[in-house]
Design a protein around this ligand. Structure first.
Ligand SMILES: NC(=O)c1ccc[n+]([C@@H]2O[C@H](COP(=O)([O-])OP(=O)(O)OC[C@H]3O[C@@H](n4cnc5c(N)ncnc54)[C@H](OP(=O)(O)O)[C@@H]3O)[C@@H](O)[C@H]2O)c1
Length: 263
């Protein structure tokens, strides 16, 4: 089985390594970070992980290399990997496949845009592959990404949209959940009860849609009895500018992703 090596042992790398370890505790992993204490934390947390003290050592010992450093520091790492012929998976926001291909001409490049629910194995990620990545290499990458959640293949040109939708999405969803909690409190519920009811409602709705493969309109219809409470609420929500606000939110995040990626 291919060894997966992390360059940059921060929050996202920890979440991904944790997901791999929980699903397959024998899967060989490696980690390097400029801060040795971070690597220590990884080797203490995952018994299948080997600590490395340089990018070079990690590159030599890994078949799949995950670049999990901040976009601002990625150039330094890319220059150390310029002759690598390995599978290199970048999770750095805004760094395009084309940019990576130019910096790593010999490597097989994969770009992933994960999101924070990967911390609990519920990631929603976009993934794009360089043209020369083989089907077997794709499978190897998709197999370990599946431990963290779902990863859907998109053309690299859509990665800013993925960033605006699912990358930044957890913050938008948390903000909307907060509005529901406040609305529950306004109706007299205590904060804790309102929060728990709201979060479970979001979770339950999402699970229902996923597990029953239910159409959104079908679910809306299912809850809306004629003359009932849901119809009363929907008439307010659906006559508001909610849809436009969400559109503008995701658009702003997508535009910002494009700006940040321009290099
Ligand atoms: N967090 C998210 O929700 C999220 C979502 C999607 C994508 N991402 C992407 O994931 C990547 C990692 O994010 P993160 O939140 O995990 O960041 P992070 O916690 O700051 O982790 C990055 C780690 O890399 C280390 N590092 C910096 N320069 C290095 C170098 N030259 N060689 C080796 N290690 C180096 C950092 O050390 P120092 O702290 O000492 O600099 C830090 O420990 C980013 O590119 C980000 O765009 C994050």
């Amino acid at each position: 089985m291919n060894r997966i090596g992390f360059i940059g042992s921060g929050n996202m790398a920890f979440a991904m390594a944790g997901a791999i370890y929980n699903n397959d505790p024998t899967r060989k992993m490696g980690a390097f970070d400029i801060d040795p204490q971070r690597v220590d934390l990884f080797s203490k947390s995952f018994s299948s992980l080997t600590p490395y003290s340089s990018v070079f050592e990690l590159e030599q010992s890994s078949e799949i290399i995950i670049l999990a450093v901040k976009p601002q520091t990625i150039d330094d790492v890319l220059s150390q990997l310029k002759d690598s012929k390995k599978i290199i998976v970048s999770i750095a926001a805004g760094i395009t496949l084309k940019y990576l291909e130019n910096k790593l001409p010999e490597a097989y490049i994969v770009r992933v845009m994960p999101n924070t629910p990967s911390l609990v194995g519920e990631m929603a990620a976009g993934v794009s592959f360089s043209r020369d990545v083989t089907d077997m290499q794709k499978k190897a990458v998709l197999d370990f990404l599946a431990f963290s959640g779902i990863a859907l293949e998109v053309d690299d040109s859509y990665m800013d949209a993925v960033t605006g939708l699912s990358g930044s999405g957890p913050a938008f969803v948390a903000r909307i959940i907060d509005s529901f909690v406040k609305a529950g409190v306004a109706q007299g519920l205590d904060y804790k009860t309102a929060k728990n009811l709201t979060i479970q409602t979001f979770l339950g709705t999402a699970s229902l849609l996923l597990e029953k493969n239910m159409d959104l309109e079908e679910l809306i219809k299912m809850v809306s009895s004629p003359g009932g409470t849901t119809i009363a609420g929907r008439s307010v929500l659906e006559n508001s500018s909610m849809e436009k606000i969400v559109l503008d939110t995701v658009t702003a995040a997508t535009i910002r992703s494009k700006e940040l990626g321009a290099r």
